[in-house]
Design a protein around this ligand. Structure first.
Ligand code: E4P
Length: 217
């Protein structure tokens, strides 16, 4: 299972990379804006900075919503760095662009996926990753994890190689549940990843070990 961090914050990306468990980064226009990164050139420069920190895939989202615009933008983004994966919205023009990218050796992540049908289309178009947004589904009383299970079943039925990238993760239990279902990748905020570390018995156990060690020294 791959671990991606879902942020454009360079300090958090470095912290996750230093942990030695990071396989990639996902960003989106909102995450860029949150870090105060605005304007095309600044955004492109920021992608390069992220690629220089991590070893794995870095998703960079297109802004265009028409086929031609997406293709041009995707080509520009992918030429920035070999680690860039072009993030394409799950719309009709996006599926056409995904097919173009797939035919031309440009890797893609189809984003804003909220149904099994959308995930099926993304796989048919040759997407490398599909991003179902589980937290946003949970937010509207719909079973986000259930969607991951459905996509897993469909992809396994036909041997689709598109990787299921569980996105919009809100907490540590989402990560654990996704790993049980068999999501290929999770992308999560640093806080949710670090939450996996925590157990009070670990802290108490360590405290006691250190106390006992000191007794004999
Ligand atoms: C990542 O690819 C998505 O853009 C992100 O996980 C969305 O998360 P949110 O629902 O917390 O904004």
């Amino acid at each position: 299972m791959k671990f991606f961090i879902d942020t454009a914050n360079l300090d958090q990306i470095k912290e996750a990379q230093d942990l030695g468990i990071l396989d990639g980064v996902t960003t989106n226009p909102s995450l860029m804006a949150k870090e105060g990164i605005t304007g095309k050139q600044n955004i492109l420069d920021h992608y390069k900075k992220i690629c220089n920190i991590v070893d794995g895939d870095v998703s960079a989202e297109v802004i265009a919503t028409d086929y031609k615009g997406m293709v041009n933008e995707g080509k520009e983004l992918s030429s920035l760095h070999k680690q860039i994966v072009v993030k394409v919205p799950m719309i009709k023009e996006g599926i056409k662009a995904t097919r173009y990218f797939s035919n031309n050796g440009i890797r893609t992540n189809v984003t804003l996926v909220f149904s099994a049908g959308q995930a099926l289309l993304a796989a048919k178009a040759g997407a490398n990753y599909v991003s179902p947004f589980i937290g946003r589904l949970d937010d509207i009383s719909t079973d986000g994890l259930g969607l991951i299970s459905e996509i897993r079943l469909i992809y396994d039925n036909y041997g689709f190689t598109t990787e299921i990238l569980a996105a919009s993760i809100r907490h540590t239990m989402h990560i654990i549940d996704c790993s049980k279902i068999g999501a290929d990748v999770i992308t999560a905020p640093l806080k949710s990843i670090l939450g996996l570390l925590k157990h009070p018995l670990t802290d108490i156990g360590l405290e006691n070990f250190l106390k006992d060690y000191k007794k004999g020294n």
